[in-house]
Design a protein around this ligand. Structure first.
Ligand SMILES: Nc1nc2c(ncn2[C@@H]2O[C@H](COP(=O)(O)OP(=O)(O)OP(=O)(O)O)[C@@H](O)[C@H]2O)c(=O)[nH]1
Ligand SMILES: [Mg+2]
Length: 272
């Protein structure tokens, strides 16, 4: 796809999309960070408009990573399982607060035998999306390294593996429960308690989606685009400032409603 193609009208983000659950959100601000909003208004976003941000999507085999990307990018759904071999990617262009912003969505293989190919593409991600199936508690356990009691065998450790190739303090994380259409509301509420705990431990933002019905898919990717954009602009501004004031400490993001972004990410327990 030509990255210079015009931005589709339905990829224009003028307001910060809301989080899914405030208990596990990257932040709960009602609007874009004021510094980001004014930088965009004054066209001081530096190279952000020319960059392509890499988003990697990881998780167990058959949890629905490919379907999630296809629902958003192509508005299609295939009920037949076709394993991803290695990796695949889709490009999506947005316009956020008037600034062009491109995301490269990397769809990786969940199957163990293709994982070594896929993991070579993990490097340089701005955001990591870790997908599990809300109907399969094992796939939630496999998102982090620590095995559940009594769970034996190989553990895929999606978070730890993806973080190994990236700077944990500069990457934003999303934990996504898929196939929400296959679970009853009662079962879902029970499962969500565990998922929120895992998301909090990872310092990830939690979402639950269905690629079959499309529920929350567009809202989720808009939130990914908006938060990745916000973090890119803040990083760009910080770089500009520190270049001008070498030796000065510049703190541009401090507010109590930031649940995760104002504190550097600790190494997750699973990596210790
Ligand atoms: N009911 C339902 N089925 C889904 C949903 N998402 C995916 N599936 C089905 O789950 C199976 C696996 O989906 P994929 O998207 O191929 O899974 P994947 O995570 O990409 O798998 P790998 O490429 O092997 O890692 C397919 O049969 C899909 O039709 C969903 O939201 N609802
Ligand atoms: Mg796939």
């Amino acid at each position: 796809m030509n990255v210079l193609a015009p931005v589709r009208r339905d990829r224009v983000i003028a307001d910060l999309p809301a989080c899914f659950r405030k208990e596990a959100a990257l932040h709960t601000h009602p609007a874009f960070h004021p510094t980001v909003a004014s930088a965009c208004q004054e066209q001081r976003t530096g190279t952000v408009g020319f960059k392509i941000s890499k988003i990697i999507v990881v998780g167990d085999l058959s949890v629905g990573k490919t379907c999630l990307i296809n629902r958003f990018c192509k508005d299609t759904f295939d009920k037949n399982y076709k394993a991803t071999i290695g990796v695949d990617f889709e490009m999506e262009r947005f316009e956020v607060l008037g600034v062009p912003f491109s995301l490269q969505l990397w769809d990786t293989a969940g199957q163990e035998r293709f994982k070594c190919i896929a993991s070579t593409y993990y490097r340089g991600a701005q955001a990591i999306v870790i997908v599990f199936d809300v109907n399969d508690v094992g796939s939630l356990e496999h998102t982090r390294a620590r095995p559940a009691a009594g769970d034996s065998g190989s553990h895929r450790q999606w978070l730890a593996d993806a973080l190994k190739e990236n700077d944990p303090s500069n990457v934003i994380l999303f934990l996504v429960g898929s196939k929400k259409d296959l679970i009853t509301p009662a079962q879902y509420s029970l499962m969500e308690k565990d998922a929120l705990k895992v998301a909090q431990e990872m310092q990830a933002e939690y979402w639950a989606v269905s690629s079959l019905t499309g529920e929350n898919v567009r809202d989720f990717f808009f939130r990914v685009a908006a938060l990745t954009f916000e973090s890119c602009v803040l990083a760009e501004l910080e770089r500009g400032r520190s270049a001008r004031r070498i030796g000065d400490t510049v703190r541009i993001n401090s507010n109590e409603s930031d649940l995760y972004l104002s504190t550097p990410r600790k190494k997750p327990k699973c990596c210790q």
